[in-house]
Design a protein around this ligand. Structure first.
Ligand code: NAP
Ligand code: G4F
Length: 340
């Protein structure tokens, strides 16, 4: 019998890669998405075209503030695995939308777990926890490091993390947290810093923009590739016991390093094209330094990332250049002209 998986946040970066991975492993995937005024299926259009008519991918509208919209689907389809990836995932925006962020990220996790407990206790549950929970705790951070969240987003993720542990410890659910450090890809949202840099650089070369306006570029992150991390997410639910795991590369770089690497691919001097410390992108409190220790996942799950920061930057830049009709070689030629 085919396994059935539910994915909230299927239209997002990780949700789309995870859906592809599970379909390649012969799962039947149910993607749970919210209603938007303009359909937002770009990241999953390819798998919709390939799998929906065969009944292998089904999409359902839900609302994370509406328990019955989720409960009805759990009762009807009895999923083997439930991946809770939906969230208001932008840290900077969470300072302006704190209440909604807590509702979607934290209380919805409680709603889903309570529904699983009442209606389908055998279902395994994955919670998308975040390195942002460590906040000001100095690196390296692992599963035992204390949480010191610095934003409404961080607070919401800590609440969801403990909710997941509570349903595991008090009620015996197979419920696990993946504590994932930053991971990026060509499908990353445009207002996260890495994609903003690669996408804006492609626009500069195409003549649509002159400069990239950033905030604090001295903060440090441990960046991996989403494709590597969704493989780890799946492995966490295949482990024999429900447990919490950090996924990270173990290396960290500043935002400035990311800018330098990306511009270097095209031989451009970044200082001519980047403006920093713009107040629109500064946060009331910063997470300055994230660097994960993922030894537990590497040992118990045999997980390890394939991409490093150089291959990640190249993948993202090439993809954004392609969006603007350029190959890497053509972009290098244009770069020579604009740097004169
Ligand atoms: P993402 O690209 O921003 O995707 C978020 C998904 O959540 C989208 O499908 C979005 O739907 C959905 N969503 C947001 N608000 C919703 C709501 N009110 N109701 C229903 N769906 C809603 O994020 P991601 O990078 O794939 O991250 C996946 C998860 O991992 C998130 O929970 C994030 O917080 C967590 N995480 C991410 C990272 C990272 O570095 N990427 C690291 C640690 C943890 P729309 O498409 O309609 O907006
Ligand atoms: O790309 P960011 O917005 O990612 P952030 O805040 O680290 O959050 C991401 O990673 C978390 C895991 O640790 C996830 F849980 C979360 O969902 C999300 O995926 O910002 C990275 C850094 C920050 O220090 C920010 O202040 O870049 C700095 N930054 C500087 N200029 C900027 C900008 N960030 C953004 N988004 N835009 C700027 O112009």
């Amino acid at each position: 019998m085919k396994k059935i998986a539910f994915i909230t946040g299927v239209t997002g970066q990780d949700g789309s890669y995870l859906a592809e991975l599970l379909l390649s492993k012969k799962y039947i995937v149910h993607g749970l998405l919210r209603r938007t005024s303009f359909l937002n299926l770009d990241r999953i259009q390819e798998i919709i075209d390939r799998y929906e008519s065969k009944g292998l991918l089904k999409l359902h509208y839900i609302d994370l503030t509406d328990t019955s919209s989720i409960t009805n689907l759990i009762i009807k389809y009895k999923p083997h695995e439930f991946y809770n990836l939906a969230s208001m995932s932008h840290v900077g925006i969470s300072y302006f939308t704190g209440e909604a962020t807590l509702n979607i990220n934290a209380i919805a996790t409680y709603r889903i777990l309570e529904s699983i407990l009442k209606n389908h206790k055998k279902c395994k549950f994955y919670q998308a926890s975040s390195s942002e929970m460590f906040g000001s705790t100095p690196p390296p951070q692992n599963e035992k490091s204390p949480f010191n969240p610095q934003s409404p987003y961080g607070i919401s993720k800590v609440a969801a993390y403990y909710t997941t542990r509570y349903f595991r410890q008090a009620h015996g659910l197979f419920a696990s947290n993946g504590i994932l450090f930053n991971h990026e890809s060509p499908r990353r949202g445009l207002n996260f810093v890495t994609r903003k840099i690669t996408h804006s650089l492609a626009r500069i070369l195409s003549g649509y923009e002159k400069k990239i306006y950033l905030g604090d570029i001295s903060t440090r992150r441990d960046w991996g590739h989403s494709k590597d991390y969704v493989r780890g997410i799946w492995m966490i639910l295949q482990h024999k016991r429900p447990e919490d795991f950090v996924l990270s590369t173990g290396k960290n770089y500043s935002i400035e390093d990311f800018v330098k690497k990306t511009f270097k691919i095209l031989g451009l001097n970044w200082k001519k094209f980047v403006s920093t410390n713009n107040k629109n992108f500064l946060r009331p409190s910063e997470v300055r330094n994230l660097q994960g220790n993922s030894n537990k996942a590497r040992k118990l799950l045999k997980w390890k990332p394939i991409y490093n920061l150089d291959t990640l930057c190249l993948d993202m830049l090439k993809s954004d250049l392609k969006l603007y009709g350029m190959t890497l070689e053509q972009a290098k030629e244009k770069a020579k002209k604009i740097s004169k």
